[in-house]
Design a protein around this ligand. Structure first.
Ligand SMILES: [Zn+2]
Length: 360
């Protein structure tokens, strides 16, 4: 529909012919829709890091699943007007100006059987907070846009961490499981790819790397003087429209697709973020419900406009110098302590025949 409305040329991205994707198989070739979900799923204490576009999709999906448990949301920002285009829950609510984490927690609690809390904070600070310390976090779901926060979230060392990421047209999910430390954690996984993304953004926009590292601010004349000469005329048009760096990157991505955006059009495609959210939830559920099943550390839809031909499953090995390898023993002892805490908390709060469904 998007391609038809914005007239993406067929030579760039042809219309998809009856494409179906199984998030159970992570493939367009599959025999069935996969097994039925259980009637009830008790989540381990869960941390949702990021209440933006991907976090909105994750929250929506959580309310559509038969899940119970506790979710704590961390995000350092409040909702702003520019979130309207990308955050799916924002369309029907008056959330502007409210902290993302607290607002999303309130919405989840109202719309599901989950108990959700929120904290407006950096994840690095939140991990030491009373709220997090009172929980036994064993599942972390990320909807982030920067590497540092990804590295910080990994330091919770949960049994399962699932990270959703997007660029202008593609969505990816990366996971790390404590019981498979042969594969890269988010700290080892998110060095090279980000460099690739920055380099890609640099080529698209002509802006230099230091400018691209601070995408929330407005484009300036100095940024243009420092940019590639062949991009400067186009960048001056962006400057006239008072664009943020983030918006310039999105616009450049659409230009590559052959879409001519009108003045004032802020390119944002919520279905890219919600696709990432669906991938995050699918991977988390598979890890939780089918722990013995083979999985890829990374699943990517390189370009949603190109569909099946841009899918990729891959795995990357842990780096021997990374904390996930060097501190393996310590990380496992933390896991044992958490399991013990989780069981004693469950016994204390229910005190009767409640089954403890922690991940073995
Ligand atoms: Zn690592």
């Amino acid at each position: 529909m998007f391609k038809r409305i914005y007239g993406v040329p067929a030579s760039v991205a042809p219309l998809l012919d009856k494409a179906e994707l199984s998030l159970f198989e992570n493939s367009t070739e599959f025999d069935s829709a996969g097994p039925l979900l259980p009637d009830n799923i008790t989540l381990p204490d869960t941390l949702l890091v990021g209440g933006g576009a991907i976090g909105n999709g994750i929250a929506l999906l959580m309310t559509q699943l038969p899940v119970v448990g506790r979710v704590h949301i961390v995000d350092k920002q409040s909702y702003q007007d520019e979130n309207h285009g990308t955050s799916i829950l924002l369309e029907k609510s008056d959330w502007i100006g409210n902290p993302k984490a607290e607002q999303l927690a309130k919405w989840i609690t109202q719309n599901s059987t989950l108990h959700a809390t929120g904290d407006k904070a950096f994840i690095s600070d939140a991990l030491g907070s009373e709220a997090v310390k009172s929980m036994a976090i064993d599942l972390v779901l990320n909807g982030l846009d920067n590497v540092q926060a990804r590295h910080d979230s990994q330091l919770a060392w949960p049994s399962i961490i699932v990270d959703g990421g997007i660029n202008e047209t593609g969505a990816a999910v990366i996971q790390h499981r404590l019981d498979n430390q042969g594969l890269a954690c988010l700290i080892c996984a998110f060095k090279l790819p980000m460099h690739d993304i920055r380099e890609n953004q640099r080529q698209l926009t002509g802006l230099n790397s230091s400018v691209l590292s601070d995408q929330g601010r407005f484009l300036t004349e100095q940024d243009i003087i420092d940019a590639d000469p062949d991009k400067q005329t186009w960048l001056r048009e962006m400057l006239k429209e008072k664009r943020t760096i983030c918006s310039v990157v999105s616009e450049a991505g659409l230009r590559r697709l052959g879409v001519k955006a009108e003045d004032g059009f802020r390119p944002s495609v919520p279905f890219v973020a919600t696709a990432a959210a669906a991938m995050v939830i699918a991977e988390a559920l598979k890890a939780f419900l089918y722990p013995g099943r083979r999985y890829s550390q990374r699943f990517t839809i390189g370009n949603l406009f190109l569909g099946p031909q841009s899918l990729a499953n891959s795995s990357r090995h842990a780096e021997p110098s990374c904390s996930c390898v060097r501190h393996r023993t310590l990380i496992h002892s933390l896991l044992q302590r958490r399991k013990h805490k989780s069981i004693s908390q469950t016994n204390a709060s229910f005190g009767h025949t409640t089954e403890v469904r922690g991940r073995a």
